[in-house]
Design a protein around this ligand. Sequence first.
Ligand code: ADP
Ligand code: MG
Length: 379
Amino acid sequence: MDDVTTAFHSAFGYGPEGVWTAPGRINLIGEHTDYNDGFVLPFALPHALTASAARRTDGRVRLLSRQSPEEYAAPLGDPVPGAVRGWAAYPAGALWVLRDEGHEVDGLDLLVDSTIPSGAGLSSSAALSCATVMAAASLYGADLAPGEVARLAQRVENDFVGMPCGILDQSASMLSTEGHALFMDTRTLETEQVPFDPSAQGLTVLVVDTRAPHRHVDGAYAERRRSCEEAARVLGVAALRDVTDLPSALAALPDDVSRRRVRHVVTENERVLRSVDLLRSGRTREVGPLLTASHASLRDDYEVSVPEVDTAVDSLLAAGALGARITGGGFGGCVVALVESGRVEDCGKAVLEAYRERGFEEPAVFGALPSEGARRLHP
Ligand code: ADP
Ligand code: MG
């Protein structure tokens, strides 16, 4: 933290008024359910983004990131949806959304620093939006509950950046607590902190950042979302969350693609509920097969996997992982696996070897402990 304060000082010539942090997240299970009013079960990563910030009274905004050479400086009133390119769209969008919802916000100096790999499916974008909304809101006296920050940060991506994501990432970053997974009903926004301490049970959550290049990620995501909305309309339900009789729903759908999309969403919601029950009763190992079933569904029915991801999942399972799946929006990104702690090394080696054999870029493999959610670090 001294480090970011010093960096802010050397960038702007004075010290920040405050420092905020927001973590990245891994979704244990519940993929592509959040925009179908369904269930999710993420937890916060130890990897986090910090935003150090100070108010300006001249109505100007200056945005810097230690991970990007692109600097942004403009009058506060300038940014409008679609007008800001690159990473600055997220913090500029955070200022825009606060003003759009009637909060009085003036200029801002902001410096971002982060340990969350960007574009890897670990939600660096949500961390960036959440941290900036928090910083600007609290500097300008808007007292926002964490869930409210999540909603505004989702609006940053939806209405300013143009990414039609659900509220999973932002909620995970804002509401997670150490040693817990966050069970969330994305329709009611009700949450439950489900105790999840893998290491106490001799288990490790292993993450593989496949570093696979994202392929058509935005268009394909929007297309999945549209086909879910269309299927809900055909089935006469408000959202796919409301499908209770899967066989009848499948029989009522006109084509194979929409049948497979619906089957994924409905069975994935069931898998989240079963996982939560298992965690509540301390039967963590039994979550493994549900992760693997989730992967098969995302690969075959939802069609969001890629060869690098399947290779990681297959080699983890072959090396003895209890379960493994793609996590995040898909088309690259990360794999999450539940592994006996004694097998972590074997599993990591198996993935590296399989990647080498197939000539894929070397992936990053690390263990992830459920960590603390977003908060003000200083003062
Ligand atoms: P993910 O959220 O999975 O990391 P996204 O594509 O949604 O992937 O978001 C990545 C984008 O977020 C980057 O392209 C960049 O615009 C922005 N971003 C994330 N971290 C930083 C950072 N430390 N500095 C500047 N921009 C960042
Ligand atoms: Mg993102």
